[in-house]
Design a protein around this ligand. Structure first.
Ligand SMILES: [Zn+2]
Length: 96
């Protein structure tokens, strides 16, 4: 994965699993390089791991406060992003 903002290889200073359901993991990641916070939903698929993320200004605890039912799909993460006041067009497909 690369950071959606600075595009450096993402070596997160902080990664926290916010929610897990079945094969979907919702993660909060803070970039070690530029300190940008992102939320990402990572799903295991037959053709590999897919990660979709969005930048967020929220801290981990604020993300946790926004957590309702665990998001489980890309549609859910868009809804989740919208709950965090992130525009869907800011969603970025992380590079593997
Ligand atoms: Zn970065």
């Amino acid at each position: 994965m690369t950071c959606p903002l600075c595009e450096s290889a993402l070596q997160p200073a902080l990664t926290e699993v916010v929610a897990v359901q079945q094969d979907a993991h919702l993660l909060y990641v803070r970039c070690r390089h530029c300190a940008t916070g992102s939320i990402a939903i990572v799903t295991a698929r037959p053709d590999g791991i897919q990660a979709v993320g969005a930048l967020t200004d929220l801290t981990l605890s604020e993300v946790l406060d926004q957590r309702g039912h665990p998001p489980v799909s890309e549609d859910d993460v868009i809804e989740f992003a919208s709950a965090l006041s992130i525009e869907p067009n800011q969603l970025t497909l992380f590079q593997r």
